[in-house]
Ligand binder design. Sequence first.
Ligand code: ADP
Ligand code: MG
Length: 279
Amino acid sequence: MTAEHLLRITDLHATVARHEILRGVDLEVRTGEVHALMGPNGSGKSTLSHALMGSGEYEVTRGSVSIDGEELLGLPTWQRAQRGLFLAMQYPVEVPGVPLEEVVGAALDARGASRADLHDRIVAEARTLGVPDELLGRGVNTEFSGGEKKRAETVQLAVLEPKFAVLDEIDSGLDVDALRDVARRVYALARERQVGVLAITHYARLLAELRPDRVHVFLAGRIVKSGGPELADELERTGYEGIAAELGIDELTVVQPLPDADPFGDPTIGSNPFADPLA
Ligand code: ADP
Ligand code: MG
């Protein structure tokens, strides 16, 4: 049994392009626990994942993110990874010419961990997760389908065994069988390898296999309600609007206000350039 670790997010505020997206996020995740964070498109979920990892576009204006009391804000992304944080991005980056084994190997080196058996472990995880050997020879995520990227991210997660994994819509683009494979693997990593999981999603269907300990509803840049797995069932019945109405909240998203449309102007100007194309 490994020692327990604590990821603590306190009053986290962040802005993007001078617009406040995160509006006071509070959350604690312990190793071995599975948390689901559920919110509608445009509520700021991906912004939270990027702010945790330290992506430059997202400016944290207030609050704290720590592991075992050590502040992570201010550290570059690679040092946050070194401290045990892993992010599977909603839209994974393609890295032409650098295969998955090299990416994972570099991450292990940075952590001072051994590369022993790395190749065999990757091949074994790839089999479990249905990633064809051929993809392992390519640059990571390069010309992978949406579903292949999500499986490949899960291979990285499984081999790296971070303290904490933030999975941003790991379910998007997966068919039912792939969803089950990925969710089961993540669940096993939490239960058997004590990874602390923060799974971000807007679909309840991921949760059937992921079996979260805690479910959090995320509206307009903050967690407005937390509970056990039954909260996901409530959400299925009432929708995000139902929870918002129950709590007397009128804003669900943090989408930038648009300038008033000029009826004689360019018809594309009124559209939201950041709207999620998969929404
Ligand atoms: P979610 O993941 O819940 O769909 P996001 O965090 O992706 O929400 O986006 C929330 C809002 O934050 C968007 O509607 C947009 O206004 C803003 N936003 C997010 N990322 C960026 C970015 N890179 N540049 C400018 N605005 C952004
Ligand atoms: Mg998102």
